[in-house]
Write a protein that binds this ligand. Structure first.
Ligand SMILES: [Zn+2]
Ligand SMILES: [Zn+2]
Length: 239
C-alpha cells in the first residue's frame, strides 16, 4: 500500500477534524500537491528536456496558466511557452497531418483537454484517496477521524465513494460509505439552513435579525458543489 501517503493523509484529516483547517480534507491535499507542482514546474523541472517534451505535448489548463502567470517566475514560464508555441507551429506545418488539417485539428482538441499539472496532481491525489480507503479498512483510529471531518465537497465525495467501491469488498464498503455519507449529510443540513437564512435576510421582516452563519453561505455552497475549496487559499479561515 502507499505508505508514503499515510502521513500527509493523516495530517490533513487531523487538521480538518481539529478545525485547524477549514473545509474538505481532500481539497486541502489537492492544494498542497498543486503548490508543490507549481514550485517544481517553475523551478527545477522547467529546464529538463524530458519534462519540456511532456509540457509541449500536454500543455496546461486555463487555471494553471493563470496560476503560473501569478507567480514570480516569468522567465521560466516564457521559456516553456516559447517551446510550446514552436510545437504548435510544427503541428500546423506537419504534412503528415492531412491536407485539410483533420489530424491537427484533432490534436488541438486533445491539447485543450489536457494539462501537464492537472495530470500529475490528479495521479497523486488518486493515490491519496486510495490511502484514505486503505486507512479506513486497516487503521482502527481512522474511521473515527473520518467521521469527525467537517465536510467533503461533492466532487471529492464522488471520488471517495468510487475509490472505496473499487478497493473494498461489498461488506467493507458499506460502513465506509455510511461514514462518508454521514459527513455529507451533516454539512449539507447546515449549509442548506445557512443559504435559506441568507435568502430570508432579503425580506424586510428579517432586517433586525442577525446573519448567523449565512453571510458566506453562497461561497461555501459553491465550494461544496464544485470543489473550489481546492483552489481557495490555504489556511484561510472563514468567519
Ligand atoms: Zn474537496
Ligand atoms: Zn491544470
Amino acid at each position: 500500500m502507499e505508505q508514503i501517503y499515510t502521513i500527509p493523509v493523516n495530517e490533513a484529516f487531523d487538521a480538518a477534524a481539529a478545525g485547524e483547517q477549514d473545509g474538505c480534507p481532500i481539497c486541502a491535499l489537492y492544494r498542497k500537491l498543486e503548490e508543490n507542482e507549481l514550485d517544481l514546474i517553475l523551478g527545477a523541472s522547467m529546464m529538463e528536456p524530458a519534462i519540456r517534451i511532456r509540457t509541449n505535448q500536454e500543455g496546461f489548463c486555463h487555471g494553471h496558466y493563470t496560476k503560473m502567470i501569478g507567480r514570480q517566475n516569468r522567465l521560466s514560464l516564457a521559456l516553456m511557452l516559447e517551446s510550446h508555441l514552436d510545437s504548435v507551429k510544427e503541428m500546423l506545418a506537419d504534412p503528415a497531418l492531412g491536407a485539410a488539417g483533420e489530424k491537427n485539428v484533432r490534436r488541438a482538441r486533445e491539447l485543450e483537454g489536457s494539462c501537464y499539472l492537472c495530470g500529475r496532481i490528479d495521479a497523486s491525489l488518486s493515490r491519496m484517496i486510495e490511502t484514505v480507503v486503505h486507512l479506513f479498512a486497516h487503521d482502527p483510529a481512522f474511521p473515527g477521524k473520518l467521521e469527525a471531518q467537517p465536510r467533503f465537497c461533492l466532487p471529492h465525495f464522488r471520488a471517495l465513494c468510487e475509490t472505496g467501491r473499487t478497493k473494498l469488498g461489498k461488506k467493507a464498503y458499506l460502513p465506509y460509505y455510511r461514514a462518508v455519507k454521514g459527513v455529507m449529510e451533516r454539512y449539507l443540513d447546515k449549509l442548506r439552513g445557512d443559504v435559506s437564512w441568507f435568502c430570508k435576510k432579503f425580506d424586510y421582516r428579517y432586517d433586525a435579525e442577525p446573519w448567523y452563519d449565512a453571510k458566506d453561505s453562497i461561497e461555501r455552497a459553491v465550494a461544496f458543489l464544485s470543489a473550489t475549496d481546492a483552489k481557495a487559499k490555504e489556511g484561510k479561515k472563514k468567519a
